[in-house]
Design a protein around this ligand. Structure first.
Ligand code: MG
Length: 263
């Protein structure tokens, strides 16, 4: 991966409309011990508002494993933003239209809930996040000696018994979700819908790799974090650098006259 060159996104935004996709945790919010407290970087909401205010120059989507309701609560923005939650299973379009995709996975999720209540200790620092269309096992707070046993049992049960579900591994979390889910699917759907916009995607986790791959060499796939193997072309160090890049981008977008003022 190459470090994202300074000014590259501003140059892009001056010449082309941009399809800007942002993961949430670890991208525009720092990773924190309690996922319920992952507030966005203090400058993020106002930057997102500025970018979303120019639909002629930018389409803005948040693409997260979280539920849409949580993203709305954290960001406090409702206008002009596409919210994609639970790895593409929930979509809220700016006009208020919602899409939900669970397919055949519902029966498997019901059986997995029963397995969890019988097998995951309720008091050892494990936390179950049930997002209706997917179930995540968080183990950040669990002691090392029980973590691998419980996590591996969860993963094996899903692999061996749930044909409609697949696993996504992230930072101190493993998640069972419908096979049709994935940020790559979401990214391809956005690219089809906004084909005149150049894709830019920022993400920090394994679940973002499919989205990086879906961009290929045709836009900016940007990994957030220390150097590692990734399908992304570019890299920045931290959410602070993402904010810096978004600020550049917002200013470049605003340098275009508003369509309403052109007459
Ligand atoms: Mg993330």
């Amino acid at each position: 991966m190459t470090p994202l060159p300074e000014g590259a996104l501003a140059a892009l935004a001056r010449s082309s409309p941009v399809l800007l996709c942002l993961d949430y945790d670890g991208t525009i919010a720092e990773i924190v011990d309690d996922p319920a407290r992952a507030t966005p970087h203090p400058e993020a909401p106002s930057l997102l508002r500025r970018i979303a205010a120019r639909p002629d120059r930018a389409v803005l989507a948040i693409v997260s494993g979280r539920e849409i309701s949580a993203l709305r609560r954290f960001l406090g923005i409702d206008d002009g933003l596409i919210l994609i939650g639970v790895h593409g299973l929930q979509i809220l379009w700016p006009d208020g239209t919602r899409e939900m995709n669970a397919g055949a996975a519902r029966a498997d999720l019901t059986r997995l809930r029963a397995w969890i209540s019988a097998n995951v200790p309720g008091d050892l620092g494990f936390r179950i996040e049930d997002k209706e269309f997917s179930i995540a096992l968080h183990y950040r707070g669990a002691p090392a000696e029980t973590t691998s046993r419980v996590r591996d049992a969860f993963a094996e049960f899903v692999k061996d018994n749930m044909s409609a579900l697949t696993l996504a591994h992230g930072k101190c979390v493993v998640e069972a979700l419908p096979r049709i889910a994935g940020k790559g699917h979401a990214m391809r759907a956005l690219r089809r819908r906004f084909s005149g916009f150049v894709p830019v995607y920022f993400g920090d986790d394994l679940s973002d790799e499919d989205a990086f791959a879906a961009i290929g060499n045709e836009g900016f796939s940007i990994f957030v974090g220390p150097e590692r193997r990734s399908a992304a072309r570019y890299r920045v160090d931290s959410p602070r650098d993402v904010i810096r890049a978004l600020s550049e981008l917002a200013t470049a977008i605003e340098s275009h006259p508003c369509p309403a003022n052109r007459a």
